[in-house]
Design a protein around this ligand. Structure first.
Ligand SMILES: Nc1ncnc2c1ncn2[C@@H]1O[C@H](COP(=O)(O)OP(=O)(O)OP(=O)(O)O)[C@@H](O)[C@H]1O
Ligand SMILES: [Mg+2]
Length: 372
């Protein structure tokens, strides 16, 4: 699967752009603050149904903060809408055309082949493996970031997972709302609490099972990539603990009822789990250097792409934001060599001009043009 074109209107600092990436490696080159990451964000929105860099999708409107590309934007010049349009081709040769339009009143409209779609419909069809500088937090940040990474990676491959997670989270929210309002349990409140157990135990068993097998598969592939990247000098491993059967979850939710009331929330379950990454046997969260963190995250992201291909038969589109800084020459060489092989479509942003690609775009003040 690959992206054949992206058209943007009023997307952040980009008034209008047409981006036609190569089937292989495309470079987005330019100085800081010119719009390179904005383009990647827009591409990725078609995989996630939303932009990953903001919770407030109105931030996308051109000029919303009162400036764009170093110039003041008066309120009457702030864009009334943002539009992104993408076309991609899947392995069987089928072309899909999708649009996303965000309006100034905060609403957004999505279409696939001219038929209205929901954001969740965009997950799984056009798939990406995104590496962004924010992802470096995957190693040192809190467990929530690692769970979010797993949830998105698995959801792109398994629609049942996303549905299961949605059902679990809905029940969890309702259960937590009850717990928050209680000081102790009587028979009636215990009963309403237990009404959530069947659905939560069932979904928790499914979610933790999928996460554990995904991490096991990813760990093997990532370890190989990491050791190739570091010339066999370092050994990485990732694991996830938390898989339990439906019966075990049912019992646990019951056992924890009193503690849940004390805490005012549900204290066991997939919402509390973590993925641990070890480097030479030591938790990477404690000891990995900047460059090692980058290499770990890259290995995980490349592994994500491999699993995606194994399961769906096609690579996702690799979006690599500023991936080359902070990694040394041999690691960089390995990475670029690896990415150029095997029919992957890769879009990389960089500030460095000395970089090879099948197609190079210059990005300047929100305008893009192909380098001659
Ligand atoms: N809604 C908006 N309207 C106008 N400009 C915006 C909007 N949202 C973000 N910007 C601006 O877009 C500019 C480009 O951002 P982007 O993150 O794409 O830069 P970049 O080329 O990736 O730079 P770097 O090399 O530093 O990562 C930033 O200066 C940012 O302030
Ligand atoms: Mg950037």
């Amino acid at each position: 699967m690959h992206l054949t074109s992206l058209n943007l209107t009023n997307y952040r600092n980009i008034l209008s752009a047409e981006f036609v990436p190569a089937e292989g490696v495309t470079i987005l080159h330019g100085r800081n603050g010119q719009g390179k990451t904005n383009i990647l964000e827009a591409v990725n929105a078609f995989a996630q149904g939303r932009p990953y860099r903001t919770r407030h999708e109105k931030d996308l409107l051109y000029g919303i903060a009162g400036t764009a590309n170093g110039e003041a934007v008066t309120p009457d010049k702030i864009a009334q809408f943002t539009r992104a349009e993408a076309e991609f081709v899947s392995g069987d040769g089928k072309t899909t055309h999708e649009t996303m339009v965000w309006a100034a009143d905060g609403t957004k409209k999505l279409t696939r082949d001219d038929i209205p779609a929901r954001p969740a419909d965009f997950i799984g069809r056009f798939r990406t493996a995104l590496f962004s500088p924010e992802n470096l937090q995957l190693v040192k940040g809190g467990p929530g970031q690692r769970r979010a990474f797993l949830d998105l990676a698995i959801s792109q491959l398994d629609p049942l997972y996303l549905a299961s997670l949605t059902r679990y989270n809905k029940a969890l929210m309702q259960r937590n709302a009850l717990l928050k309002s209680w000081r102790s349990l009587d028979a009636a409140s215990r009963q309403s609490l237990q009404s959530y157990t069947p659905v939560m135990a069932k979904e928790a068993a499914y979610i933790t099972d999928k996460r554990e097998s995904y991490v096991r598969q990813m760990s093997d592939i990532a370890a190989k990539i990491y050791s190739d990247m570091t010339d066999n000098a370092e050994l990485m491993k990732a694991f996830y603990r938390g898989r339990r059967s439906e019966d075990e979850f049912s019992m646990l939710f019951r056992d924890y009822e009193n503690r849940d009331v004390d805490a005012g929330m549900t204290i066991i379950g997939p919402q509390r789990d973590d993925m641990t990454v070890l480097l030479d046997g030591v938790p990477a969260r404690q000891m990995a250097s900047q460059g090692q963190q980058r290499a770990i995250v890259l290995s995980l992201k490349l592994a994500e792409g491999e699993i995606s291909r194994e399961i769906s038969g096609e690579y996702p589109v690799f979006l690599l934001d500023d991936v080359l800084s902070e990694i040394d020459a041999p690691r960089r060489e390995y990475l670029m060599g690896e990415l150029a092989e095997g029919g992957r479509q890769v879009i990389i942003t960089t500030c460095e001009s000395e970089i090879k690609g099948d197609k190079i775009y210059e990005v300047e003040k929100g305008e893009i043009r192909e380098r001659e």
